[in-house]
Design a protein around this ligand. Structure first.
Ligand code: SF4
Length: 363
């Protein structure tokens, strides 16, 4: 339960297959006839390049991996947020073709039967399909959220309840309902799409390329790790702490065994920043940077901006990228092992946003 498998790259299908080979979920699933549910994040009917929704190639990689090993009772279960259509989200992301090609059932939770349960004082109408699932694989996108700061494994479960339950959760503040829902049913395995999650909003619009996928069996540990990658202390996110208190998992990252399957050595061309990222990018001197390093720096700068500590803090831009490997300049500061020759630098390949944040605060 304490393993976190982490991989860098740009090919979601290959990365997911490599993760699954390392995790060996076939040893975790009770039997070949077990009911398996895949729960992507299709909060809105939008393609994943906007930073809101799960890349479908991750879903396809899991289905192919499981089918080859004799697991055929697979469903894809999701509901878009209140006001959008899950079916449109399925359509836009090619899920009807996936369903047909692989003989996988699509379940729109908005049409599903519900089981009524009250947990820690919070009433839910939860999908019957989810409650009858033997092995639940959650596929959240690590991204920002306007009310809860971030969203990952724990909040992804909100797509498993009725729209009425979603509205009620918002009316009483999201944190307790998210934690309570996971005490009722949490994922058995989480595979996090952190290829280009949004900086700010769960509905996307400010995607930040970070080119990574990570996986964990403990949803609380998974979100604690995800928070660190976005520059948050776990104390910043109430629902993660509450979920730990409700017995869903642990926030103790020291207890985690983080297994990197590769390094982010490949330099993918960075996409042009959009939205808020354009503003943050003016503080970065990026030269042949891996997207994992550059994207993580954007998240760290965002955290500083939220507490009004960005402004005129830096005389010069923060350096990032492999071209700095040969630069010796005592007057500059940079992030990542490649900038070790500069006057000030935070090590790591790449460092987490939390480590970058501490470093930036110290400048
Ligand atoms: S430290 Fe260098 S090699 Fe490592 S992620 Fe950053 S830019 Fe890439």
């Amino acid at each position: 339960m304490r393993d976190i498998f982490h991989i860098y790259g740009t090919d979601g299908f290959e990365m997911t297959q490599s993760l699954l080979t390392a995790i060996e979920p076939e040893k975790l699933i009770p039997s070949q006839s077990s009911k398996i549910a895949l729960k992507p994040n299709l909060v809105v009917a939008a393609k994943p390049d906007g930073g809101a929704t799960t890349h479908p190639e991750i879903v396809i990689a899991i289905i192919e991996y499981l089918k080859v090993r004799g697991f055929h009772n697979i469903s894809i279960v999701e509901s878009a947020w209140v006001g959008d259509s899950t079916k449109r989200a399925f359509e836009v992301n090619g899920y009807y073709t996936i369903g047909k090609t692989y003989d996988v059932r699509l379940v729109d939770v908005k049409d599903d039967a519900y089981v009524a349960k009250t947990v820690h004082g919070v009433p839910f109408e939860i999908s019957k399909t989810i409650m009858e699932t033997d092995f639940l694989i959650s596929l959240p996108v690590l991204k920002g959220h306007c009310q809860t700061s971030m969203t990952c494994a724990l909040k992804n479960m909100k797509g498993c309840v009725s729209d009425r339950s979603k509205r009620h959760s918002h009316s009483i503040g999201l944190h307790k309902p998210i934690a309570a829902l996971n005490a009722l049913r949490c994922a058995d395995l989480v595979i996090v799409d952190s290829l280009n999650g949004d900086l700010d909003f769960e509905e996307g619009g400010n995607p930040v390329q970070t080119d990574r996928i990570f996986a964990c069996r403990d949803s609380v540990l998974c979100d604690t790790y995800g928070a660190s990658l976005m520059g948050f202390e776990v104390e910043d996110i109430d629902y993660i702490l509450l979920a730990e208190r409700f017995g869903v998992g642990t926030t103790n990252l020291d207890f985690a065994n983080i297994i990197f399957l590769n390094e982010p050595s490949e330099i993918a061309p960075l996409p042009l920043p959009t939205g808020k990222a354009i503003y943050l990018n003016q503080y970065i001197d990026s030269r042949s940077a891996c997207s994992a390093c550059h994207g993580t720096l954007l998240h760290a700068l965002k955290r500083l901006d939220e507490v009004n500590q960005l402004g005129s803090r830096f005389d010069r831009k923060i350096c990032v990228g492999q071209e700095f490997k040969t630069v010796q300049d005592p007057s500059r500061a940079g992030v990542g092992t490649c900038t070790g020759g500069l006057g000030k630098s935070v090590p790591g390949c790449p460092p987490t946003a939390l480590a970058m944040l501490e470093f930036l605060k110290s400048l």
